[in-house]
Design a protein around this ligand. Structure first.
Ligand code: FAD
Length: 379
């Protein structure tokens, strides 16, 4: 009987871990001693950081989409059939079509999704850029925008914590290029008492905002939006009028997680070092869907996938593994159209943003292309 590895979710974390496992376990796969089954809910794989560039017409949608089957090692079995229930007591994943996928080891990588419906009026009155459709709509709205107050507001929790800063800096350069800065007020809001969750990033961002004349209000948690009056109301009792509202909506994890009783709002309680689902040594959790107190980011998913693939391969080939995740996250942060900064941090080391440079911007653009190598487990 082969050892069965099931991976649920074919995004960044699921795809990288699957390909790394296929490489580490090549002989065992060929001999039929190990089987890797990936269950995901869409045939397309979308590179989400590309949405920022879609907004500003700097990338075409087809550049950020690949067929999932083309990204996977041929030894991995791909099933496009959303997982409906994960039965941890019987070690089986049941899909929407009613099929059952028993596992010896399970990797959960179902990511996160936006839930704008949690904020009344947001879908009707605001723009977003966290899905391809939303990014295209915002791009079209910007093309029509004649000037006024642009409010950028942020819900919690959300993935890619630096994206709200990036879009603000890119909007500044966009309006500068269009000679509209005299006619546009950029207004950024953030839900805690500083500009970013990570204090060193916030301290770095303050002079960047001041240099550009970007206004801001902190301790602002969007509660409702009145699309007719174009006003956003905060839970703290303040309100802001806007001409264009750009929101990062709150997120939740996948429905299957909550419906399987694996975690509130779809976030799975996860061991911060081993990445085991708490209480289950044969279940690993990767990426946005963990409940870990670190950035929900593609780089997080990537570094976690490295650890899980390594641990699982060693467990299968040699017994117990001592490889652990140290909380590493790396982000290139656009500070406009032609410069970027860079942060890396882990559980023990805080981030320390470097001065923005053109080289870092080109590195971010370079990685956008190289992502497809990362997904294949090559980079
Ligand atoms: C605008 C934007 C900018 C970003 N910029 C950056 C950046 O610069 N750097 C960075 O590191 N990160 C960035 N990110 C974040 C990054 O894209 C995510 O954190 C990363 O994709 C998370 O990987 P994941 O594998 O956890 O989830 P995902 O990549 O979202 O994959 C989850 C997968 O699970 C599948 N799935 C969901 N439910 C089911 C189900 N029931 N059954 C089967 N499959 C299911 C989904 O279809 C999807 O394929 C950005 C994100 C956005 C939106």
């Amino acid at each position: 009987m082969p050892k069965r590895i099931v991976i649920v979710g074919g995004g960044a974390g699921g795809t990288i871990s699957a390909n790394l496992l296929a490489r580490n376990l090549y002989r065992e796969l060929v001999r039929g001693e190990v089987v890797i089954n990936m269950i995901t809910n869409t045939p397309e794989h979308i590179y989400q950081p590309g949405f920022l560039y879609i907004v500003f017409d700097k990338i075409r949608p087809n550049e950020i989409i690949r067929q999932q089957k083309d990204l996977l090692d041929p030894h991995i079995n791909l099933f496009i059939d959303p997982a409906k229930k994960i039965d941890r007591e019987n070690n089986v994943v049941i899909t929407e079509s009613g099929k059952e996928y028993p596992y010896d080891y399970l990797i959960v990588a179902t990511g996160s999704k936006t839930v704008p419906e949690e904020i009344p009026g947001l879908k009707e009155g605001g723009h977003m850029f966290y899905t391809l459709e939303d990014a295209k709509k915002l791009r079209d709205a910007l093309r029509e925008f004649k000037g006024g107050r642009v409010v950028i507001t942020v819900g919690v929790p959300h993935k890619c914590p630096v994206a709200p800063l990036e879009i603000t800096f890119m909007l500044y350069d966009y309006f500068k290029e269009k000679n509209m800065l005299d006619n546009v007020e950029l207004f950024y809001t953030y839900p805690i008492n500083r500009l970013h969750a990570l204090e060193p990033v916030s301290n770095w961002a303050v002079p960047q905002f001041e240099k550009r004349g970007i206004k801001y209000e902190v301790m602002f948690n969007m509660e409702t939006i009145d699309p007719e009056k174009k006003i956003i109301y905060s839970m703290e009792g303040t309100e802001l009028n806007y001409d264009l509202l750009i929101a990062v909506p709150p997120h939740s994890g996948a429905k299957v997680i909550e419906e399987s009783g694996m975690g509130d709002k779809g976030w799975v309680p996860t061991d911060k070092r081993t990445l085991h689902a708490e209480g289950y040594d044969n279940i690993y959790v990767i990426g946005d869907t963990t409940n870990l107190p670190i950035s929900k980011a593609g780089s997080t998913a990537h570094f976690e996938a490295d650890v899980v693939a390594e641990r699982l391969s060693i467990e299968l080939l040699e017994g117990k593994s001592s490889v652990e995740y140290d909380g590493k996250v790396v982000c290139f942060v656009e500070t406009g159209f032609d410069e970027a900064t860079y942060v890396w941090f882990n559980y023990d080391t805080p981030p320390n943003p470097t001065p923005p440079s053109r080289m870092l911007h080109w590195m971010k653009l370079g990685y956008n292309r190289l992502y497809w190598l990362s997904a294949r487990g090559i980079l």
